[in-house]
Unconditional design. Sequence first.
Length: 119
Amino acid sequence: VQLQASGGGLVLAGGSLRLSCAASLRTSSIYRVAWFRRAPGKEREFVASISVSGGSTDYRNSVKGRFTISRDNAKNTVYLEMNSLRPEDTAVYYCAAARELRPGMYDYWGQGTQVTVSS
């Protein structure tokens, strides 16, 4: 599975961005897709995930109510709509895919897209 992340950029605090993660395979062959991020000098952290089949979602607490993850199986694409952005959201955002439920299940990773939120 190859993943292509896009949509990052520079935005003022309070602004919005939409990230896209396009998969090379039909998303029906993927179990779950997630977004992670890594800020400078920090560890990579989970942001949000979505079940490709059922659409169930999960978010880290700091983005709940501001970020929305969704999928379009016809386009083999997962989106991350980010609103009310804060400077602390600045990071490289990566999408990742899992083909089955197991520990460490995210085997496939996109190249990352930079999100910079200025105050």
